[in-house]
Ligand binder design. Structure first.
Ligand code: ADP
Ligand code: MG
Length: 224
């Protein structure tokens, strides 16, 4: 099966080789659990391979995202692909851009290889109500599967929850969840795969997820 790597070799192993093509995968987790960095790492890995990649940020602007990249050695390379085969777009939702017009963008979106939308919580803010959000989300996922080889939808969640309880995990083909776990009296980041269509993986096993200046890594199962 054709797959897109995450840019983190340990995570690709956990995923059975990466994210399957023609899928939309939810990357959920608490604030600070590493979703944005996972997203940036994913598009950089595609850009290095010459793929067409786009990061749509509904929150942080370009400067803020590049500043985050500067703290992580391998991510510094993102700057070199900007304006070539990698785009980082800061999209401000509000009066001129509602959830309906945002979704419509993707109806006729150019065909690209990788997309990250950071994050769906912003879309929820601009929905008329929960039903409207759920319908638009479902429509968005449908369009994305046609226009983009692999999309990561980032989603901020409360501790112990895998989505905002508005159907994100249900609508997406996969759910990757990062959180914090106390281990030897120290909080550590962990990553769990809750769902991934067309893949064989061990569900809900906590894998250690490390963010440091040398890069992102996912290691073997934590022994609890
Ligand atoms: N160079 C670094 N070394 C260690 N940790 C870092 C570094 N850069 C960022 N981080 C950690 O990553 C976190 C930010 O991750 P981020 O992807 O923005 O989280 P999220 O998008 O889930 O809120 C920071 O709070 C910080 O703890
Ligand atoms: Mg973030």
């Amino acid at each position: 099966m054709n797959r897109k790597d995450s840019g983190i070799p340990g995570l690709d192993k956990v995923l059975g080789g990466g994210f399957p093509s023609e899928t939309v995968v939810l990357v959920s987790g608490e604030a600070g659990s590493g979703k944005t960095l996972i997203g940036l790492n994913f598009i950089l890995s595609g850009a290095i391979k010459g793929e067409k990649c786009c990061y749509l940020s509904l929150g942080e602007d370009l400067d803020e995202l590049l500043r985050a990249c500067d703290g992580i050695k391998p991510l510094k390379d993102i700057r070199g692909y900007l304006g070539k085969n990698l785009a980082i777009e800061h999209v401000v939702m509000g009066e001129d851009l509602g959830l309906d017009s945002f979704t419509k963008i993707f109806e006729s979106y150019p065909l690209i290889d990788r997309l990250v939308i950071d994050n769906v919580n912003r879309l929820l803010i601009f929905a008329e109500n929960q039903r409207d959000y759920r319908m638009r989300l479902s429509e968005l996922v449908r369009y994305l599967k046609k226009r983009v080889k692999c999309t990561l939808l980032l989603c901020e969640t409360n501790k112990g929850e895998i989505d905002t309880k508005n159907g994100e995990a249900f609508e997406c083909d996969g759910v990757l969840h990062s959180s914090f776990m106390e281990f030897e009296e120290k909080p550590r980041r962990i990553m769990e795969v809750h769902k991934l269509r067309y893949s064989s993986f061990e569900p809900k096993i906590p894998h250690e997820f490390v963010i440091c200046a040398d890069g992102l890594s996912v290691t073997e199962t934590l022994i609890l």
